[in-house]
Design a protein around this ligand. Structure first.
Ligand SMILES: Nc1ncnc2c1ncn2[C@@H]1O[C@H](COP(=O)(O)OP(=O)(O)OP(=O)(O)O)[C@@H](O)[C@H]1O
Ligand SMILES: [Mg+2]
Length: 249
C-alpha cells in the first residue's frame, strides 16, 4: 500500500531523511521507534505532503503511484491520515464543525453522500465512545485548551471518523495517564482491519503492549537501521539506542 523508496528529504537545506526504505501492506501495523530528532515526525509530514519539507531523492508511492506531486488534501482524499504529535489548536472553529467538514470532504472524494447534521452527530457520538471522549469537547474550539490527553483522544476519534486506508499516528501515547494510554491504544487497536495499514510512532513499549505491531522499526539519523518483531521494542526499552547504533555501524 505504502512504499518508501530510498527516501531523502530536507528542511531549509538540512538533510533529515537519508535513504529511508519501508513497505506497508494492507492490514499491517508498523511501529517506528527512534531517538529524539532522528526524523520520525519528519517522515510523517513528508508522507502527508507538508510544504516545509523538500524531497530530494527517492519516492513515496501509495497504491502503486507516486504521490510526491500531490497536494496534502489530495493525499488525504486518497485515504492518508496523520494524527499529529502536537495537534494544532484552531480558535473559533469547533471540533464538530471542523470534523464534519473533514468527514464530508472525504465522502465527496469517495463519491459518497454527505452526512447531514443529525447523521454526523449520531456517528460522532458512537465513535467518541471508542476513546471515552467527553462529548462536550465536540462543541469547543478545536483542541483549544484541551488537555494533552484530550487532544490525543480527539486524534484517535478523528481517525475513527475518517476511516482512512493509511493511518499515521505520531506519538498517540505522549502525555497520557496510564488508564488513558490503555483506552487510546485499545481505540487504535479497534481501528485495525485487513484493508488498513498503520504506521505508529512511539517512544514506549507500553503502547505496543495493547497494540501489538506486526513489525517494529528503529529509525536512526534518517534511516531505518533495524526491523524486527515485538522483541525489538522490548530491547529498546531495556537497553536504549546505543546498542542499535553500534550494531548497525
Ligand atoms: N520545521 C523545521 N525547521 C527546522 N528544523 C526542523 C523542522 N522540522 C524538523 N526539523 C529538524 O529535523 C530533525 C528531526 O526532527 P523530527 O521532528 O522529525 O524528529 P523526531 O524523530 O520526531 O523527534 P521526537 O522524538 O523528539 O519527536 C530535528 O533536528 C529537527 O530540529
Ligand atoms: Mg516527533
Amino acid at each position: 500500500m505504502l512504499e518508501l523508496k530510498d527516501l531523502h528529504a530536507e528542511i531549509d537545506g538540512t538533510p533529515i531523511l537519508k535513504g529511508l526504505t519501508l513497505t506497508l501492506n494492507p492490514g499491517e501495523v508498523h511501529a517506528v521507534m527512534g531517538p529524539n530528532a532522528s526524523g520520525k515526525s519528519t517522515l510523517s509530514k513528508v508522507i502527508t505532503g507538508h510544504p516545509d519539507y523538500q524531497v530530494t531523492g527517492g519516492d513515496v508511492c501509495f497504491e502503486g503511484q507516486s504521490i510526491l506531486e500531490l497536494e496534502p488534501e489530495e493525499r488525504a482524499h486518497l485515504g492518508i491520515f496523520l494524527s499529529f504529535q502536537h495537534p494544532v489548536e484552531i480558535a473559533g472553529v469547533t471540533t464538530s464543525v471542523f470534523l464534519k467538514e473533514a468527514v464530508n470532504a472525504t465522502r465527496r472524494a469517495r463519491g459518497e453522500a454527505e452526512l447531514d447534521a443529525a447523521g454526523f452527530l449520531r456517528l460522532a457520538k458512537e465513535k467518541m465512545q471508542l476513546v471515552e471522549m467527553d462529548k462536550s469537547l465536540l462543541h469547543r474550539s478545536l483542541n483549544e485548551g484541551f488537555s494533552g490527553g484530550e487532544k490525543k483522544r480527539n486524534e484517535v476519534f478523528q481517525l475513527a471518523m475518517l476511516e482512512p486506508k493509511l493511518a499515521i499516528l505520531d506519538e498517540p501515547d505522549s502525555g497520557l495517564d496510564v488508564d488513558a494510554l490503555r483506552i487510546v491504544a485499545q481505540g487504535v487497536q479497534a481501528q485495525r482491519n485487513p484493508e488498513r495499514a498503520m504506521l505508529v510512532i512511539t517512544h514506549y513499549q507500553r503502547l505496543l503492549e495493547h497494540l501489538t505491531p506486526d513489525f517494529t522499526h528503529v529509525l536512526l539519523d534518517g534511516r531505518i537501521v533495524r526491523s524486527g518483531g515485538p522483541e525489538l521494542a522490548r530491547q529498546v526499552e531495556e537497553r536504549g539506542y546505543q546498542w542499535v547504533r553500534e550494531a548497525s555501524a
